[in-house]
Structures are given as C-alpha cells and as structure tokens.
Design a protein around this ligand. Structure first.
Ligand SMILES: Nc1ncnc2c1ncn2[C@@H]1O[C@H](COP(=O)(O)OP(=O)(O)O)[C@@H](O)[C@H]1O
Ligand code: SF4
Ligand SMILES: [Mg+2]
Length: 325
C-alpha cells in the first residue's frame, strides 16, 4: 500500500496559452493543486474548458506558457529530453478514444509491447521476458490471452480501452493522466472499466489525474475534485464535500444536471443560459458571469481570488465569499 499523504505531484500556477489569429487563447489559466500518492484528483468541466490541455502540459506533450510541475520532488519542466524519456516510465496517459490512439496495424501484443521496447526495458531478443510481461499485463486488465494476435478493429470499445490501459501499465508507472477514459463507452461498459481502474489503483498504488466532463463518473473514484471553467479552477474540494455542498454556482449547475437517485433529495435543475465567454483574450471579472443567475456588476469588474471557505474546500465565487448567496 502507498504511504499515506505523500505528495507525488505538485502543479503551481500552470498556464497554457495558444496563439490564435485574434489573440491568445487562455486554455489553462493559472491552475494549482497537489495530488498525494495513491489518490485520485478528478478534473471536471465542460468540453473546451482546458482539461486535456492541462493533462498534456503536465506530461509535457505540450510545453506550458508558465508555471511549475513537480513530480516526486523533480522539476518536470526543467528536464531535458533524455530525463523526460526516463520520467515517461513513471507518468503515463490513457486517452478517451483508444481506437484513435492505437495503431490499426498493430496487434494487441504489438501495441502493449511497443512501450517496453521504446523504453528499452527488454532487449528485443528477450522473447521469453517480453512474452511473460505481456501476459502479466493482459491478465491485469482482464484481456484473454487468445486475443494476443487480434487487431483493434476486431474488438469492442471496452476491450480496446483495456489495451489502452495495458499499454499505460506496461511500464509500471506511478502516475496516470486518465483523459476521459470511459466517455466513449456504453454506460454498462463504463462501470466495468471504472471498477478495473479502481482495482488497479488499489493493487498497484497508482495515482490518477482523472479527467471527465461528467461529474457522476468521478464521484466514486476521486478523493478530491477540481472543477474548471474556461481554463480556471472555480472550485476544489474532497469529493464527498463537493457533492454534499457544492458552493460555486457553476458546480451547482453541473450537479443539478445529474439525475438524483434519492427522491427525498429533490434538487432543482439550474439552467445555464447565456453565451459562453470567449477564452481568447478573456476580460476581467468572473468568466462564468454571462451564464450565472447571481451575477452582479462587481462580478464582472473584479478579478476572482481563490479562498478556502472550509477546510480543504476552495472556491473563486465573489458572492459566496461575501456570504451574499
Ligand atoms: N493546439 C491548439 N491550438 C489552439 N487552441 C487549442 C489547441 N488545443 C486546444 N485548444 C483550445 O484550448 C481550449 C481547451 O481545449 P481542451 O484542453 O481540449 O479542452 P477539454 O479537454 O476540456 O475539452 C479550447 O478552446 C480549444 O479549442
Ligand atoms: S462571482 Fe458572481 S458571476 Fe461569478 S459565479 Fe459568483 S455570483 Fe456568479
Ligand atoms: Mg478533452
């Protein structure tokens, strides 16, 4: 089991701006958090709010505009390509659409073995060693050995995602960015894959950054949840607190869209009306103001500050901070 409360990843003031024809697109705009070993941080927000960009910047699949990423005490953004290649063994990614991320001409075994060869974990000639590791990893993710020579298009979505997970696990990583790993799957398969990921986390002591647009997906897997809106963090709290007492109007709106199984807890659906603020050269003030039913002039004029309203529960809403709503 992982040691309790050992910080494994620290992200400080991370920014990623993309130059676009009419200015700078603020995809990730000053995000900070830490994750402890063996824990899961859920990243939630609508499509386009910067979740994937953030995951990619942490792994340096994109170079950041500003900020700091520390993994096990090492400054990730200061590493050279050789150091990054070694770090890749510890930090992996699982993508939403395994079909798109898998080479259609590679069999299951070739897809899983490829990272082991690229990283030179095994010599190509060590057929027995490679075969042993392949079977181990396939067992771990519940892929039958008879599928070794099949191609991705011959398999269903759930099995393809199991290959994606196996590829990530092959190198024995410590930390995995899971970028909407169940969003493309049928609901019944989603539960199977989520259970598998939870079991793997427990048995291997893995740490997850679990990205999704669907709050209900991360409810059970996350220790903490960070809600993003247009590149910024609007709320962060332990999962149970966020579901019990969401404080930011955006989180409340997201939560109200989830059907509640308990009829004694009626929750009105809060409609998000109004246009989306542009992430290109965003104006001052709360980025949610155009859609927020509680917006005032002060919300539009003042820059938002993150405050800790209750132990471990952070928000940026000005009016909640002032006790007005
Ligand atoms: N390579 C890129 N160049 C320009 N803009 C990009 C690029 N990648 C992403 N974006 C923009 O950054 C924002 C965040 O995108 P993304 O991280 O994919 O969001 P999410 O994963 O939350 O759906 C979006 O406005 C998107 O259009
Ligand atoms: S700061 Fe104002 S506009 Fe923004 S979420 Fe809070 S009440 Fe709504
Ligand atoms: Mg995405």
């Amino acid at each position: 089991m992982a040691e309790q409360n050992r910080e494994i990843l620290k992200v400080e003031h991370l920014k990623k701006y993309f130059p676009v024809p009419n200015g700078m697109l603020h995809a990730v705009d000053d995000i900070s958090f830490t994750i402890n070993e063996g824990e899961t941080l859920g990243i939630v927000g609508e499509s386009g709010c910067g979740k994937s960009t953030m995951g990619r910047v942490i792994l340096r699949l994109h170079e950041p505009t500003d900020g700091k990423v520390t993994f096990e005490g090492q400054d990730v953004l200061a590493m050279n390509s050789k150091q990054m290649k070694i770090l890749r063994r510890d930090m992996q990614i699982i993508f939403q659409d395994p079909f798109a991320s898998l080479n259609p001409r590679m069999t299951v075994s070739e897809a899983i073995v490829a990272p082991l060869l690229v990283q030179k974990i095994y010599d190509r000639k060590d057929k027995a060693g490679i075969e042993k590791r392949l079977r181990e990893v396939m067992d771990m993710v519940g892929l039958a050995n008879r599928l070794i020579n099949t191609y991705p298009h011959e398999l269903d979505g759930g099995r393809r995602q199991r290959i994606g997970i196996a590829r990530a696990l092959a190198l024995e990583p410590k930390f995995i960015v899971c970028d909407e790993p169940v969003s493309a799957l049928d609901v019944s398969i989603q539960a199977q894959i989520l259970n598998l990921m939870q079991d793997l986390q427990e048995s291997l002591g893995l740490t997850y950054l679990f990205i999704t647009h669907d709050l209900s997906v991360v409810k059970h897997i996350s220790d903490d949840i960070l809600v993003m809106y247009l590149g910024q963090m609007v709320e962060k709290a332990p999962s149970y607190k966020l579901f019990k007492k969401p404080m930011h109007p955006y989180t409340q709106a997201l939560l109200s869209a989830i059907p509640i199984p308990d009829p004694d807890l009626p929750m009105e659906r809060i409609a998000m009306k109004g246009e989306l603020t542009s992430p290109i050269n965003p104006e001052k003030g709360c980025r949610f103001a155009k859609r927020c039913p509680f917006a005032t002039d002060a919300c539009r004029q003042q820059d938002m500050v993150l405050t800790e309203e209750e132990p471990g529960h952070f928000i940026t809403c000005l009016r909640v901070q002032k006790g007005e709503i």
